[in-house]
Design a protein around this ligand. Structure first.
Ligand SMILES: Cc1cc2nc3c(=O)[nH]c(=O)nc-3n(C[C@H](O)[C@H](O)[C@H](O)COP(=O)(O)O)c2cc1C
Length: 297
């Protein structure tokens, strides 16, 4: 079957079917500080305009602009996707943070694979991060029937204040009750100051998940997680059907959707990502890398 989303390479096309080479963005204007605004009247995020083409500044407070009804008015349009920093070769490298939560290791495995595929695009440096655990060991043991494996020590825990230094993001999280696990939600909930400053506005983002069963919520998890991206003004980059054949087979149970890659872990977590699922993930990573580089150019 032919590829229906712009070629096996994941090449994005414009409405006339020509390769997409340039994205026009509008610079916003950061507003003055307001400070101490109560939660009920949190101002909308300022646009995270990059000063001189560098990173937006974190936690910059914004001015409240009342509307006729006294409610806060939305901030102006998109910020500029910041230019990637220069690598040793002098070529601008895209800095991507791959941020994930994983208890049984499936998402961790996908995150590592994603990193390798993403960096194969060239001029991309990808960094793996974990989000903090929020459950007690007793709660985890009860949820899984046994103590889950320890988290990988070679991958640091992210602090939300690090986020503005990335050009693009990849988020991976297991499906828990049909949506992202609460650990990842708590991480997003901790980004309120960045939201208020518009610090992540305009940055491209990609997502993937894992679920115990084929019908356990792969797509609801990915679809509902776009909410967090949208509120930050991130540019969600779906994969569509770029993975081609890997997405169309119906003989074997498998994860993967136009929203992003996924794997089936099995009820006891014993199933490992299949080659078909991993290939779809690699296609997603390369597609995302190409799009994110264009946005940062
Ligand atoms: C509290 C909880 C809720 C879960 N809810 C779902 C669910 O709604 N659908 C599903 O298929 N699997 C569900 N699972 C299974 C997880 O999706 C599975 O453990 C995970 O995908 C494995 O990924 P990991 O190895 O990266 O932790 C749930 C697991 C827990 C602990």
């Amino acid at each position: 079957m032919g590829n229906i989303c712009g070629g096996a390479s994941g090449q994005a096309l414009d409405k006339d079917g020509k390769p997409l080479t340039k994205v026009t963005r509008t610079k916003g204007t950061p507003k003055a500080a307001a400070g101490g605004t109560p939660a009920a009247a949190i101002p909308p995020p300022a646009t995270g305009e990059a000063a001189g083409g560098t990173q937006p500044q974190p936690a910059q407070a914004t001015e409240v602009t009342p509307s006729a009804e006294g409610a806060t008015a939305p901030a102006a349009a998109a910020s500029v996707v910041p230019a990637a920093p220069s690598g040793d070769s002098g070529v601008k490298k895209l800095k991507v943070y791959i941020i994930f939560y994983s208890t049984l290791g499936h998402i961790e495995k996908l995150a590592r694979e994603y990193k390798t595929a993403l960096e194969s695009v060239g001029d991309v440096e990808a960094h793996l991060f974990r989000v903090p655990e929020t459950m007690t060991s007793e709660q985890l043991d009860a949820a899984f029937g046994a103590a889950p494996p320890p988290p990988p020590e070679d991958i640091p825990i992210i602090d939300v204040t690090q986020l503005p230094s990335a050009d693009a993001f990849v988020f991976g999280f297991p499906t828990w009750f049909g949506m992202m696990a609460g650990q990842m939600k708590t991480f997003f909930d901790a980004t309120g100051a960045l939201w208020q400053a518009g610090a992540l506005h305009g940055k491209p983002a990609s997502i993937f998940t894992s679920a115990a069963t084929q019908c356990g919520g792969h797509e609801t998890t990915l679809l509902t997680s776009v909410t967090q991206l949208a509120h930050h003004g991130m540019i969600f980059v779906p994969t569509g059907y770029a993975a081609g054949a890997a997405m169309f087979g119906i003989q074997d149970a498998k994860g993967g959707s136009p929203w992003g890659a996924s794997t089936i872990a099995g009820l006891d977590g014993s199933r490992q990502p299949s080659e078909v699922e991993l290939e779809a993930l690699r296609v997603q990573a390369k597609h995302f890398g190409a799009i994110a580089k264009k946005l940062a150019a």
